[in-house]
Write a protein that binds this ligand. Structure first.
Ligand code: MRU
Length: 361
């Protein structure tokens, strides 16, 4: 039997009958395809923390579906009591990962359903929460596709592009953000060549991005993060496309650690860096990158997690930030579902939100 393509699986979905959040466990990829059905809040929190479900948009969707499942279990008809228990569940899930703003964005969106429907019955609110979680996922499909449509205008037939981490389908509901322009370019018949940084220490580039793109039949080459300067210097890529976890109002961008090194290098070699950013990842309340909380993760991820034998001495000190902030000066453009923002980003990002708000009316 032919092996099922990784792209045919849902990254995250809701099983109403089983009251479960269903995810593809990304820590096991590419060697094993494990589908997990998560029914308790602790299981959902752990899956987000351990990166079984990961990528800013995907954890937003998981958070929204997770808090709906929590709400479904709240056993009261009293609105005030329901609100209190809902808030606790929301805060619990929100504490699983701090940097990607999509998680709190999605949870706040879910909370506003509760707060804006004071006169509804608890049963009605539960139904509205269900529909909102499903809608957040559906919107993400459109958002990624539209980012792809804007992004592909920056790619020419024969181009090489470089990416870091996984901002692919596995990080979203479909298409990915940074990979969406690549999938569209491939669909158009462009002969593109993608370089995927392996992405130390959790290897999202090796395990996920190269797996996704290879499965789609895209010409992908996996490289160690430290090889990217050679790729840029040799002129093998004409652009860098990456995702993001939080973009500040001035365009400073938090993304997987190593993105800033890559962007500094790309600027040196005059290769444009494009950030693929759903507006749900842009946090206009953060003035600049200094306001972004960077998650630090356990030492084991560097010292032993991916090796048969430990690769560092016992007790050695480690520094393991999950993300870094790329200064806006190193960014050529921010591709959103409402168009491409160019420097100065203080102005252009505001215009993106004006366009978004006008479109909604
Ligand atoms: O720690 P991760 O794997 O969740 O980090 C993911 C990234 O840094 C992605 O680039 C980002 O979330 C964008 S996903 C479309």
């Amino acid at each position: 039997m032919e092996k099922r393509s990784i792209l045919s699986y849902e990254t995250v979905s809701l099983d109403d009958a089983k009251s479960a959040l269903v995810i593809i466990d990304q820590t096991k990829l590419p060697y094993e395809t494990v589908i997990s059905e998560l029914t308790t809040q602790k299981q959902i929190w752990d899956a987000i923390y351990r990166l079984e479900v990961r990528g800013a948009p995907a954890i937003g969707i998981a958070g929204a579906m997770g808090v709906y499942l929590a709400a479904k279990e709240i056993n009261t008809e009293d609105y005030k009591e329901f609100c209190e228990q809902f808030k606790k569940a929301k805060e619990y899930l929100d504490s699983s990962r701090p940097t990607a703003v999509n998680l709190s964005w999605a949870l706040n969106r879910m909370e506003s359903i509760v707060l804006n429907n004071k006169t509804a019955t608890v049963a009605e609110i539960k139904k509205l929460l269900h529909d909102e979680a499903v809608e957040i996922k559906a919107e993400d499909v459109w958002v990624c596709k539209t980012i792809g449509e804007y992004g592909v205008t920056l790619i020419k037939d024969g181009d090489g592009v470089l990416t870091h981490c996984n901002a692919g389908q596995l990080a979203t509901a479909k298409y990915g953000t940074a990979t969406a322009p690549m999938y569209l370019a491939h669909e158009k018949g462009y002969k593109i060549k993608v370089y995927a940084d392996e992405t130390r220490p959790l290897l999202q580039g090796a395990r996920l991005t190269s797996y996704e793109l290879h499965s789609a039949g895209i010409d992908v080459t996996l490289n160690c993060d430290s090889a990217s300067s050679t790729i840029l210097k040799n002129g093998w890529v004409q652009a860098v496309f990456v995702g993001c976890d939080r973009v500040a109002a001035n365009g400073d961008t938090a993304n997987k650690v190593g993105t800033a090194n890559l962007a500094i290098c790309a600027k040196y070699y005059n290769v444009p860096v494009y950030i693929c950013a759903p507006t749900s990842t842009i946090d206009m309340n953060c003035k600049n990158g200094k306001d972004i909380h960077i998650e630090e993760r356990p030492s084991e991820e560097i010292t032993e997690m991916w090796y048969t034998n430990r690769m560092a001495p016992d007790g050695v000190k480690t520094f393991n930030p999950a993300f870094d902030v790329t200064d806006n000066q190193c960014i050529a453009g921010i591709i959103t579902e409402y168009g491409i923002a160019y420097p100065p980003f203080e102005e252009s990002l505001k215009e993106i939100f004006v366009k978004k708000n006008n479109t909604k009316k």
